[in-house]
Ligand binder design. Structure first.
Ligand SMILES: Nc1ncnc2c1ncn2[C@@H]1O[C@H](COP(=O)(O)OP(=O)(O)OP(=O)(O)O)[C@@H](O)[C@H]1O
Length: 288
């Protein structure tokens, strides 16, 4: 089956800024969750802006549901649910008023489903949004994004204001959503432990460039970190390393094939590596 989202060599400069998105390519298949990671200012929101066409005139191509989106493509927009980290709705509205407005925007707006999410997320329908906590406004935005029956959810830091219990509940909602094979999620997040739980793919960008887009299980089973002394480090072959970071008393070496390295360097201490440590080693370490 084709991909729900496909970026090919997307590049974009911004007037008055030295930052540039450079040749970003990745794809998101149907029925999958893609965790989009990178440090502050890496270009995640800018990439999402290009995907949603809120940022125009980029180079390269972006296909949603197999098609390039134009401004007039309301049909494609109907099929995408979006949540930003920040104000998604004017604060003088109540959830009930949001529902009325959304009903006028989306053909498939489902008031009953929205009510269901309001109850599930314990949100008062008549209370003004300005009286909501930050977590409550995020929950409202997620409820609204889900209630027009989208196929693709684009969530830009949508869970960062939620406490661990609520985040866990929300991850279950997202997993439920992708049970339907026609659905997918692009989730940008700094909370890599959430992505360890639900992402199928991890796409990592740094300074506007793609570092990798890979299956999470490939990262989990193949990538590893070797903890070396300076002497052990000096004895390693460069082609076995992806990056290394020298610390006070040891050198951490990122490996793309931990099992092969363990066979080759029998006495080496080789650990599983988390997404967070992969990011850290690739950003702060020396890349080979
Ligand atoms: N319209 C714009 N004009 C000028 N510069 C911009 C514009 N939009 C984004 N940038 C720059 O692009 C860079 C990347 O920002 P972006 O918001 O995409 O990063 P991010 O990965 O989402 O960061 P964060 O995790 O902090 O949200 C920043 O240096 C920002 O200043």
């Amino acid at each position: 089956m084709e991909n729900i989202l496909e970026l090919r060599q997307v590049s974009k400069s911004f007037p008055g800024s030295s930052f540039r998105l450079e040749d970003i390519s990745f794809s998101l298949p149907y029925g999958a969750v893609l965790g989009f990671v990178g440090e502050n200012g890496a270009g995640k929101t800018s990439t999402i802006g290009c995907i949603l066409n809120t940022i125009a005139q980029y180079d390269g191509s972006i296909k949603l549901f197999g098609k390039e989106m134009r401004d007039s493509d309301t049909d494609i927009r109907e099929r995408i649910g979006v949540v930003y980290d920040g104000d998604n709705f004017p604060s003088y509205l109540s959830a009930n008023q949001v529902s009325e407005i959304m009903a006028g925007i989306y053909r498939n707006w489902d008031k009953t489903l929205f009510r269901h999410y309001l109850e599930k997320f314990k949100l008062a329908p008549t209370q003004k949004i300005k009286q909501y906590s930050r977590g409550m406004t995020m929950k409202l935005a997620i409820a609204a994004a889900l209630s027009h029956h989208p196929q693709l959810l684009v969530l830009d830091e949508a869970t960062s204001g939620l406490d661990p219990i609520m985040r866990d509940e929300m991850l279950d909602v997202f997993l439920d959503f992708v049970q339907d094979e026609r659905h997918s999620i692009l989730l940008s997040s700094h909370i890599t432990s959430d992505l360890e739980k639900i992402a199928d793919y991890i796409t990592f960008i740094h300074n506007g460039r793609l570092i990798f887009s890979a299956l999470k299980d490939d990262l989990r089973y193949n990538y590893a970190v070797m903890r070396c002394s300076e002497n052990q480090f000096q004895a390693l072959n460069q082609e076995d390393m992806m990056a290394y970071l020298k610390r006070d008393y040891q050198v951490d070496v990122l490996l793309s094939d931990g099992k092969a390295a363990q066979r080759k360097y029998k006495d080496a201490v080789i650990d599983h590596v988390s997404i967070e440590e992969i990011m850290l080693l690739l950003i702060k370490g020396e890349r080979i």
